[in-house]
Each structure stands twice: as structure tokens, then as C-alpha cells.
Design a protein around this ligand. Structure first.
Ligand code: GN1
Ligand code: MG
Length: 357
């Protein structure tokens, strides 16, 4: 595989192509990630290029991580927060040839999973994300800059969908006819969200915003949660973002790329484990309104992700990389199926929430 990593970037961190081995890792859709192993060191590193068409102000990411890391070092010094290692010149990122790169320590004796195969993993992951928000409960969210403005603003995502729809070629609209219907028919989810968003006891919290299982490191032997990673989208948000994205990605045994929709089913034991893990950290700080919205978080995020994939398909696939022309449409179909499975199971899911509150 060709290595798109300029030796100047390595030099900024004191490495060369000769004294390291570098392999591409990770399944993220947005940033390019490599494992860097210096020949003369035990410690390994992650070196990552920030996608600046998605993250338009990379310095905002660096500033947020610094503010959070300083706060945690002062108030919760034992917490493992993976922050970037500065360049030799003491800068948070290497800015070379219009590209932004950062170096992170690789946490030894940990694994990151692509799929969950045991509800205990859902418990551990949910606990880690809950813990981060709980430890930052008294941190002033106003000091953080949104790294993607309106990232989880469902109103904005709906608007982007309708704009894409108004501009899309007829052929694409025809191909996506059913999913467009789905998007319009579920608009009540947006209306419900809007009716809550101005409530006083629905605070902004520090949210991770991308709580898929591969963003948690687990101990390679015990499978206990160690820390969370992929911190670009840490910014102020509503608590339904993290919990909802866990519902979206933990409850089904197959990912958003699965095209056999008969496989898209909800796994109740994973839901229970996830709720237990999340509430073990967050229960004491959630407000009454937030508690009311625990179940809703699933609808909110799954619907939003379906809209985002569908929008990108209608826009001609300008955001999410694809392996074949209709992949974003297939992803949208998958997410709408997941949404309908969620809706079918909601009564049971609410019962599980009530039991654990
Ligand atoms: C993107 O690149 P990755 O996989 O970490 C996206 C998330 C989506 C996810 C869907 C910045 O995350 O919001 O949920 O794809 N991140 C951004 O797979 O848009
Ligand atoms: Mg991510």
C-alpha cells in the first residue's frame, strides 16, 4: 500500500522512514490513521492526518483537547486522557504542506473492537463514555469550540437533506424514492427533538459524538474499558448524542454497511448492558428531562445518520467515502431498517430503562 505520509511530518516528531515501520490501521471514514513503530523503542504511536474538508479548523480540535486535558489533570489526575504529543518544536500538530498531522501514544495491552460479540463489551464501552461526560460535568462547555458546527443538530441535518433533495438529479431521486419517503415520514422525530431542545433542564454537556465500539480501548486480557479515543468531535452537545450513537452501533450485530437487511435486528441483552454501563456513571447527574429522553436518543441518532447517508447519496457522495456507487443509499436503507426495528422494540426497551433507573 502506498504511504501518503511526507517524511517532513515524521521529521517534525523526530522520526524518519528508516527508523520506523508504519502501517495503515483503522476503519474510520474520515481521518487517515497509521500505526508508527520506532525500531529502537518499545512505545508505539498513532500518527493521523486530520481531514480538513471535514474539520475546517483543526486548531479548534487542538484547543479543545488541551482545555479538557488540563481540566482533567487538575481535577481527575488518574483519568487516562489520550492527548496529542507535541512536535519537537512544541506545537500540538504538524502543519506541513497544507496538511495537519498529529501523533498520539499507542496504549499498550489494549484492543479496539470493530463489532461487539458480548454484552459485557457494551457495558464497558458505555461506562467509558459515561465516565468522560460525568468527570466533565462541572467543566465549562462554553470554553469549547464546536469542531464541526451543527454536527448533531437534527434540524440542520434535515435542512441539508431537503436542500440535497431539491437539487438532486431525477435519476438519483428515483433510485432513492422509498428512502426519501422514509425520511419525510419520520420528520416527527425532528419535531419532537425541537420541542425539547429549549428546555431549561436539557443542558449542554461535553459529548464525544462518535461512540462506536472501535473508539473505546479495552484491556486485551480482561476486556475492561481503559479509555476512549478518536477525540476530534469532543464538543458541547446533548447527552442523547452519545447514548444514541451507542444504540445505533451496539444493538445490531451488523454494521451500517450490511446490505442483507434481514440481518438488521436489535439485541436486547446488549441494550440492557449498555444502559447499565452508561447509567452507572451518569445516573446521578441526569436531569428529569434527560431521563425522559433516554429511549428517544436511539430514534434521534439513527434517524440523523439515515438522513446523513441519504443526503450524501443525493449530493453525489461528497462526504462519506464509498466502495460502489449506491453504498450511501444502501447505508441509508440499513439505518432506516434499524430505525424501524428500534421502533418495534421500544416498549420492551423502555421497560429495561425503567428497571435500571
Ligand atoms: C464518521 O470517520 P468515523 O467513522 O469516525 C462520522 C460520524 C458517523 C460515522 C458513520 C466527523 O465517523 O459522525 O457517525 O462516520 N464522523 C464525522 O460511520 O462526520
Ligand atoms: Mg470518528
Amino acid at each position: 500500500m502506498e504511504l501518503n505520509l511526507d517524511s517532513e511530518v515524521l521529521k517534525a516528531y523526530g522520526f524518519t522512514k528508516e527508523n520506523t515501520t508504519i502501517t495503515q490501521i483503522g476503519t474510520g471514514l474520515i481521518n487517515r490513521t497509521y500505526l508508527l513503530s520506532p525500531l529502537a523503542e518499545e512505545q508505539k504511536y498513532i500518527i493521523q492526518q486530520i481531514n480538513t474538508s471535514v474539520f475546517k479548523s483543526p486548531w479548534a480540535i487542538a484547543g479543545n483537547l488541551k482545555a479538557i486535558s488540563d481540566y482533567l489533570a487538575q481535577h481527575h489526575p488518574d483519568y487516562l486522557f489520550i492527548k496529542p504529543i507535541p512536535t519537537i518544536e512544541g506545537v500540538e500538530m504538524a502543519h506541513i504542506n497544507q496538511e495537519f498531522w498529529r501523533l498520539l501514544p499507542f496504549v499498550p495491552q489494549t484492543v479496539s473492537l470493530d463489532v461487539l460479540t458480548d454484552p459485557k463489551q457494551a457495558f464497558e464501552a458505555a461506562k467509558q463514555f459515561g465516565k468522560l461526560s460525568r468527570l466533565l460535568n462541572n467543566f465549562d462547555t462554553q470554553t469549547l469550540e464546536p469542531t464541526i458546527p451543527g454536527f448533531h443538530d437534527l434540524g440542520l441535518r434535515y435542512k441539508q437533506f431537503t436542500q440535497a433533495l431539491s437539487k438532486a438529479p431525477e435519476a438519483l431521486k428515483k433510485q432513492a424514492e422509498i428512502q426519501i419517503e422514509d425520511a419525510l415520514n419520520h420528520k416527527y422525530i425532528l419535531d419532537y427533538y425541537t420541542s425539547y431542545s429549549q428546555r431549561d433542564d436539557f443542558p449542554d454537556r461535553v459529548m464525544h459524538h462518535d461512540t462506536k465500539i472501535s473508539n473505546v480501548l479495552l484491556d486485551e486480557e480482561t476486556f475492561k474499558g481503559v479509555c476512549v479515543i478518536d477525540l476530534d468531535t469532543i464538543m458541547p452537545g446533548k447527552f442523547i448524542s452519545d447514548l444514541g450513537d451507542m444504540m445505533r452501533t451496539y444493538l445490531c450485530a451488523f454494521s451500517e454497511n450490511e446490505t442483507d437487511l434481514t440481518r438488521i435486528k436489535i439485541r436486547l441483552p446488549y441494550f440492557e448492558a449498555m444502559i447499565k454501563g452508561y447509567l452507572s456513571e451518569m445516573k446521578s447527574i441526569l436531569t428529569e428531562t434527560e431521563k425522559e429522553l433516554i429511549l428517544f436518543s436511539g430514534r434521534y441518532i439513527i434517524y440523523m445518520q439515515a438522513l446523513r447517508f441519504l443526503t450524501d447519496f443525493l449530493n453525489g457522495n461528497i462526504y462519506y467515502p464509498i466502495n460502489y456507487p449506491t453504498q450511501n443509499l444502501d447505508r441509508a436503507k440499513n439505518q432506516f431498517k434499524l430505525l424501524s426495528e428500534l421502533l418495534i422494540n421500544e416498549k420492551e426497551l423502555q421497560g429495561i430503562i425503567d428497571k435500571n433507573q
